[in-house]
Design a protein around this ligand. Sequence first.
Ligand code: ARE
Length: 587
Amino acid sequence: MLKEAIYHRPKDNFAYAYNEKTLHIRLRTKKNDIETVYLLYADPYEWVNGVWQLNRAPMVKSGSDDLFDYWFIEVVPPYRRLRYGFELTAGSETIVYTEKGFYNEAPTDDTAYYFCFPFLNKIDVFHAPEWVKDTIWYQIFPERFANGNPSLNPEGTLPWGSEEPTPTSFFGGDFEGIIQHLDYLVELGINGIYFTPIFYAPSNHKYDTIDYFEIDPHFGDKQTFKKLVDLCHQKGIRVMLDAVFNHCGYYFAPFQDVLKNGNNSKYKDWFHIHEFPLRTVPRPNYDTFAFVEQMPKLNTENPEVKQYLLDVATYWIREFDIDGWRLDVANEVDHQFWREFRQAVKAIKPDVYILGEIWHDAMPWLRGDQFDAVMNYPFTNGVIRFFAKDEIRAEQFANIIMNVLHSYPANVNEVAFNLLGSHDTPRILTTCNNDVRKVKLLFLFQLSFTGSPCIYYGDEIGMTGGQDPGCRKCMIWDESKQNRDILEHVKKLISLRKTHPALGSRGNITFIDANNETNHLIYTKTYKHETILVMINNNNKNIEVTVPLSLKGKRLTNLWTNEQFAVEAKTLRANIPPYGFLLYQVE
Ligand code: ARE
């Protein structure tokens, strides 16, 4: 038994309140090292005749990654308090793991040995909006989706799609254009739109805000935006905006005031200024996003700045009824700001979705007091490495996915924002070297995974493009130039996800097989009484797979073709074409 690998920590992804009554407890051990784990647990005050009433219940292995196994159990403590430890067995060896270390036997004379979940307080339970679990997002970069009102075109606007985008080009995309194409989105089946910034700003991406209370005039005005939100709502589509609160733009009035008045500016503490006068070369002498002089970092610890930004956040909810905020560069803003942000926005719209842009492990923001979710780039990296780039084989992929799932509480995973790419990454078809079959597998995995998937505009019709700005080309509306094959595939997956809850966010994923030789994956998604079996051949050869599950007597429905059959043999064998897949409902 490798004791050094054994790990647990309460009030983290290892022990958390799943809901107002239920605790989830997880334990990590070295991979393939431990045979059984029991949770030893009790209420700390439950003594009968001087004996502490310790219970014992088996934990199940919920998954493994490269190095570790993870064990899981759900507990409903009657008095919402818990002291607990773990009894681990391998061969003839059994040890007990507690907060104070390892023992040969469970100490019962003092509860102080044990791990402590002191009390399940309702207000501390991580609670994200329920609707997010049923949402399929679509990300729009407004300058590039559709030009519906050429009279708003900025100077020098290029004809739609006439050129490769550059960091400074404009093509005239606007709200009117989006309104004209809402039915396309309804038909696709999405029910949430994430807009990259729409406030007044000089660049084409608008991450350099001049005025947080104004719509960029090239996109439209407040009236058109209101119309857009209302139409979306009528069509069952939620709307999420981008909050760029880490920094403002160079032409934001308070920053201009500092440039002009230096040390005498009443806004000098709105920023992080190293010395006066301000300069931008060789590097800005004020804090910025990256080293971008156009993006001075805001001092969110300053009460005036905080109030200003909270007013912005509540204004767009109150006046326009938006449903979510995506927080730009969220991990560089102080935690205290985000705590107050959450309180302010949830006070006026309790089911607003707060999505942080964090590319790394984000547990400190996901404990219930700050964000509802983060952009799940660890998921993105895993699927890209396996399906698009062939950098890893099936087993390592399954390990990465299990690692991603065990990095956060289950209720956090259910609302995670799972993307294949964004305006900050190359497009998936390009990353797949233009292999449409691989793109289809990526969509299959994403749209059958736990969490809330997001489609980057144009990926569903096979648009191409490298790193920013290449990934920000104009949406292609000429149907003869769209890849209708990918589009039909995505539509079908979305509609299946909607009709089969097991495929959706609440479905629990279990890898049944991840084979490095044939590079195939077999997994189930289960929810309540429904089980769906997914088989994927991530290989350029035809393969025959044997499903290592006993399905004898079960009725299988191929969800792609609607063919049904009963499994008569003890094991099920299936042929899967190169980069093909099978999707069965098991009854
Ligand atoms: C421009 C150039 C880029 C250049 C960048 C920095 O086009 O090629 O890398 O400047 O000098 C917006 C625009 C960009 C523009 C940028 C600066 O959309 O086109 O880029 O402003 O003018 C990190 C951050 C993450 C950030 C990404 C871009 O952690 O927050 O970098 N993403 C947001 C938005 C962007 C936006 C900004 C921030 C600024 O989504 O669109 O850029 O408001 C690793 C790291 C991550 C890193 C990621 C990507 O995985 O771990 O931390 O993200 O790579 O680089």
